[in-house]
Design a binder for this molecule. Structure first.
Ligand code: HEC
Ligand code: HEC
Length: 244
């Protein structure tokens, strides 16, 4: 690969290397092997950038720029590589970044595999699906620095809200509808009639959002279930981040 980057004079060796390069030109990628895009609208700041931050930016950010590539800014991330453009808005199947994270480019699985367990895990199908959906939906990347929200956890962020607003009727002992709102496992399990009301990372399937927006008319007292806008946003972020 390196020989073509040198811009060598056309000696016999260089011509040979051009010939070899032609043979070695990036193989067409079998796009049917890439995990499918997730079937929902994804949010760059909440869902996409956190993947970059966790799995890529240590090698492609302010400190290191492996392969001369950085992806902590919009301008830098949408770059052409020897394997084609990294991000083609509207065309995840043509985006070399997707080919790389799916392991379809020889020797270029990103993040690169590591001997140390727990480090540099490959992206999950769900994460690749999120990146694909983001690209297919136009690869929107707001201008300016990206402010990644902190990890929202049940214990630190959600429990205090539920303690104050739900525990009077949904405490640990004899909760209404069998829904115990003050324990993470119980919240994920759900209640007697509704079953699970939280589907981690999927806001549309999480009926809890409708409930705490006061819009579930089937509940005896919808208004008693309504939280404030900031609290609803917090619960949404918690679910979007995986409801941990
Ligand atoms: C442990 C370090 C490391 C991590 C983490 C990492 N990369 Fe890389 N990346 C590299 C290295 C090294 C290269 C250069 C490989 C080469 O050219 O042979 C590279 C090259 C690339 C390139 C090609 C750049 C070019 O112009 O040729 C892209 C695109 C890329 N990485 C995307 C990603 C993405 C997306 C992630 C996260 C999902 C990621 N990388 C995570 C080390 C890393
Ligand atoms: C004033 C009492 C009251 C408060 C406060 C309240 N709920 Fe409820 N909730 C109820 C009643 C009553 C039901 C219906 C129970 C039944 O069907 O037997 C219910 C049902 C539910 C259900 C459905 C359970 C099931 O499967 O049947 C969920 C989920 C739920 N509430 C969540 C919440 C959350 C989250 C909060 C706090 C934001 C909250 N509730 C606040 C009284 C309350």
């Amino acid at each position: 690969m390196n020989c073509i980057r040198m811009g060598a004079v056309p000696t016999g060796a260089a011509l040979l290397s051009f010939a070899l390069t032609a043979v070695e030109a990036p193989k067409p990628v079998d796009v049917s092997k890439i995990p499918l895009p997730v079937p929902r609208t994804v949010d760059f700041v909440r869902e996409v950038y956190p993947i970059f931050k966790e799995s890529c930016i240590s090698c492609h950010g302010p400190e290191k720029q492996k392969g001369k590539y950085r992806m902590d800014t919009k301008a830098a991330a949408f770059k052409d590589t020897d394997y084609g453009p990294t991000i083609v808005p509207g065309g995840s199947e043509k985006s070399s970044l997707i080919h790389m994270v799916a392991g379809l480019v020889d020797e270029m699985l990103m993040p690169p595999p590591s001997d140390k367990p727990g480090q540099s895990e490959p992206l999950s199908k769900e994460q690749i699906g999120i990146l694909r959906a983001w690209i297919d939906q136009g690869a929107v990347w707001p201008d300016g620095p990206v402010d990644v929200p902190k990890q929202i956890t049940f214990t630190a962020d959600i429990l205090p809200v539920f303690q104050a607003s739900c525990a009077p009727c949904h405490g640990a002992s004899d909760p209404k509808g069998g829904f115990n709102a003050v324990d993470l496992a119980a919240v994920l399990k759900g209640g007697e009639n509704y079953g699970a009301v939280v589907t981690p990372t999927d806001l549309k399937k999480s009926s809890l959002i409708t409930i705490i927006s006061g819009q579930d008319e089937d509940l005896p007292e919808p208004a008693k279930h309504k939280l404030g806008a900031r609290q609803i946003e917090l619960v949404k972020q918690w679910i979007a981040q995986g409801a941990q």
